[in-house]
Design a protein around this ligand. Structure first.
Ligand SMILES: O=C(O)CCC(=O)C(=O)O
Length: 257
């Protein structure tokens, strides 16, 4: 079965070795570089506003290998509307409560695919992502139907009430560094805390076709391939220039200087 068929049937799929080990290693370096500059931000919360003007992030999200994967689900005109490192420290990394991504997003229509890129191995003991098979076909919950969560324990502020979840059939999406899982905006998913003595670094990249409207006018996406749709009022980030000292050094940074 091809990736697209698997995704259509199950709501998720995995592309093994989508990027090489050295690029995955640069993602881990990037997390540590960001943590030094934003010491008050937990590494599970290195979100879009810290990344949208970052040259390494532009280099990564426009990587042909990742955009080739995204194109299979979204067609030829591809943008990335939200990036977020969820990096879990050994023994301290937080859990992600069960949720559906589409509950949080200002998108019309909800045409979007998440590429979850593994910077390190992501397995059961360090808190890999888990999905509830079959839930890709359920109704998308509103945030008003969800419960508030303790931000000391959980990455998200609201999630699905634990009483509504039967996780007996949950699937652990175990990935090696460089693998990418892809999931749809309705499937219920989450992850446990990191109980291991190893980091778990994942990067969520939310790719959309440029025909999807990001209804928050202040939000900037990154154009990755093809054309902007002039009938859709989305804002796009300018391609940043890499400046030594201001940005993390990475392989090929001189091409962005
Ligand atoms: O990284 C994780 O543990 C969870 C990821 C997630 O919730 C998401 O991609 O929406």
């Amino acid at each position: 079965m091809g990736l697209r068929e698997e995704y259509d049937e199950k709501g998720y799929c995995v592309a093994r070795s989508a990027i090489d080990a050295s690029l995955a290693g640069e993602m881990v370096n990037h997390v540590h570089w960001l943590m030094e500059r934003h010491p008050d931000t937990r590494p599970e919360r290195l979100g879009h506003s810290l990344l949208v003007d970052d040259p390494f992030m532009h280099r990564l999200v426009t990587d042909e290998r990742l955009v080739d994967v995204a194109e299979q689900f979204l067609g030829p005109n591809v943008a990335m509307f939200a990036a977020h490192y969820i990096a879990k420290k050994p023994h301290k990394g937080q859990a992600v409560q069960w949720h559906q991504d589409g509950s949080y997003w200002p998108l019309e229509p909800m045409e979007v695919a998440t590429l979850w890129v593994a910077g390190t191995d992501s397995v059961v003991d360090n808190g890999c992502m888990r999905v509830l098979p079959g839930t890709q076909n359920v109704r998308l919950r509103k945030q008003s139907e969800m419960v508030e969560l303790d931000r000391e324990k959980f990455v998200l502020g609201v999630g699905i009430h634990p009483d509504e979840i039967d996780d007996e059939d949950a699937v652990d999406l175990e990935l090696m560094a460089g693998d990418v899982s892809i999931h749809n905006p309705t499937i219920i998913h989450g992850s446990n805390a990191n109980a291991s003595d190893r980091w778990r670094v994942g990067l969520t990249l939310r790719y959309i076709p440029t025909s999807t409207h990001v209804t928050n006018p202040d939000h900037e996406s990154i154009l990755c391939r093809g054309h902007i749709d002039s009938s859709v009022a989305n804002a796009y980030a300018t391609t940043p220039t890499w400046v030594q000292g201001d940005h993390m050094p990475f392989q090929g940074a001189e091409d962005w200087a």
